[in-house]
Structures are given as structure tokens and as C-alpha cells.
Design a protein around this ligand. Structure first.
Ligand code: DX5
Ligand code: ZN
Length: 261
């Protein structure tokens, strides 16, 4: 079982696009490990987001790795364009890809990191045969297509199964979770085996700004519930302001390797 701090991948889907460069630079200064770029085609998921032009612009303003999450049909068609724009790694979905091995081989041939994502209803077992070729597995903890959704606790056992498979088949492979990651769900996902956390609204959204901070001294990410009364998002597990458990001076929650196991 891997130890150490979980890494943070801010998802720019929740960022203010009017000042995207500033927001990414802010995330880099705050200690983000990489930037997560959600690409949606309106078919694979019922939403549209951004193309390679955004990656090209971000490449100029950050040294952080750019991780492109392709929620699109026919990802092969766009790999070269995103690679040329400056993408460092790709997350392609198992669902809807009849030639996943070829897609993964193409990504590796481009010299990029190759990851496969699975939706909440897809069992981890589908990854068994492709895993030897992977640098990363992404377990979706919400149904893809939108940010600011609630974390699905039903995905926790699957995170543990994916962790077990990685340890058995491909230990260097990282295990990322994506969707509804915040002060409550982050330690649960890490305890289940995740070592990379994608977070959008928990980082960029005004109503929960600054709930994820990088602790330079301890070199790990700390999640804080927002102070009482400041536009707190009603999410399970954060408690109400008059809840005795809700300390007005919240303490950081444990992350992987400390009190998580
Ligand atoms: C959803 C995307 C996620 C999303 C995360 O389909 O893949 O990356 O932006 O946003 P939050 O953290 O707000 O759930
Ligand atoms: Zn994503």
C-alpha cells in the first residue's frame, strides 16, 4: 500500500474563465500538483466545456502538468491536437471506447501519460487487462458531465478494489478520484486508496473558496470546511453552524498515511 500525501489536481471547470490564467497561477502557488482539464463533447456527456485552445493558453502560464480528462466519443481523433497544445497526460474513458488498447498505445506513442477513467456504474474489474499499460486509473465519484455534484459514497468500495488491483498488477500506477471531492469526501477517498484528488468547486467556487490549502511545512493538502455562515454549501457531513462538532476554528482533516488507514 502506498503512503505519503495525496496529490491535488484542481479542475478548471469550476474556475472563473474570465481570469483563468490568474486562477491557475494561484493554484500553482498554493501547491497544486497538476491542473485537471475537463473536455466534454455534449454527446459522451450532456454538457459542453473546452477544447485544445484552452490547453494551449494554459501552457503559457503554468509549468504544472496539464492532465486532460476526455469525456468525449472518439478520443483518438483529438489526441494529437491536445498533445501539440501542451497536454502532459490523458484520461480516456473505458465506456464507449471499443478500441481502448489502441487508444492507450497511441497516447504512449505521443510520449504522454496514459490513464483510463471508469464511471460510477462500471466495475473496477474491466481495468484488469489494460492496467499493465497504465500510468493512472481514474474512478469517477460522480456521474460525469458537471461539476459541483455530491460525492457518491457507493464508489468507495470500488476505489478500494481498484487500489488492490493496482498493488497486484501495476504498483506504479496512480489512483485518482474525480467528482464531489471536498473536506468531507477527501479523507474517505484517501482512506479507500486514492492518491490523487481532483477538486473543482471545493477550490475555485466562491462559496467554498479556500477550503483546500497546501501545507508547505508538511508538504500535504489540507481540507478545511468553510467558516460558519460564509455561503457554506449544504453538503452531507459538514454539519450546521449550531452543531457542536462544527468548530468555528476548523482543524485540518487527516489525509493518506496519517490516521487514514
Ligand atoms: C465532472 C468532471 C470533474 C468536475 C469536478 O464530469 O470530470 O472533474 O469538474 O468538479 P467538482 O469537484 O466540483 O465536483
Ligand atoms: Zn474530470
Amino acid at each position: 500500500m502506498t503512503t505519503g500525501a495525496a496529490k491535488l489536481a484542481p479542475s478548471i471547470l469550476a474556475a472563473d474563465f474570465a481570469r483563468l490564467g490568474d486562477q491557475v497561477a494561484e493554484a500553482e502557488r498554493a501547491g497544486a500538483d497538476r491542473i485537471h482539464v475537463d473536455v466534454m463533447d455534449g454527446h459522451f456527456v450532456p454538457n459542453l466545456s473546452m477544447g485544445a485552445v484552452v490547453v494551449k493558453s494554459l501552457r503559457r502560464v503554468t509549468r504544472l502538468p496539464l492532465e486532460v480528462h476526455l469525456m468525449i466519443f472518439n478520443p483518438d481523433f483529438f489526441l494529437d491536437e491536445f498533445a501539440q497544445a501542451g497536454a502532459d497526460s490523458f484520461l480516456v474513458h473505458w465506456e464507449g471506447n471499443t478500441d481502448l488498447s489502441r487508444t492507450v498505445q497511441r497516447i504512449k506513442a505521443l510520449g504522454k501519460g496514459a490513464g483510463v477513467a471508469i464511471n460510477p456504474a462500471t466495475p473496477a474489474s474491466v481495468l484488469e487487462d489494460i492496467m499493465p499499460d497504465l500510468d493512472q486509473v481514474l474512478v469517477m465519484t460522480v456521474n460525469p458531465g458537471f461539476g459541483h455534484q455530491h460525492f457518491l459514497p457507493t464508489t468507495l468500495p470500488k476505489i478500494s478494489r481498484a487500489r488492490e488491483m493496482i498493488e497486484r498488477i501495476r504498483p506504479p500506477c496512480s489512483l485518482e478520484v474525480d467528482g464531489g471531492i471536498d473536506a468531507t469526501s477527501a479523507p474517505r477517498a484517501v482512506a479507500a486508496g486514492a492518491d490523487v484528488l481532483v477538486a473543482g468547486s471545493a477550490i475555485f467556487n466562491d462559496s467554498v473558496r479556500n477550503s483546500a490549502k497546501w501545507d508547505r511545512r508538511e508538504r500535504r493538502t489540507r481540507f478545511y470546511p468553510p467558516p460558519c455562515g460564509e455561503g457554506r454549501r449544504e453538503a452531507p457531513g459538514w454539519g450546521s453552524c449550531d452543531d457542536p462538532l462544527t468548530d468555528p476554528h476548523p482543524q485540518p482533516l487527516p489525509t493518506r498515511g496519517r490516521g487514514a488507514d
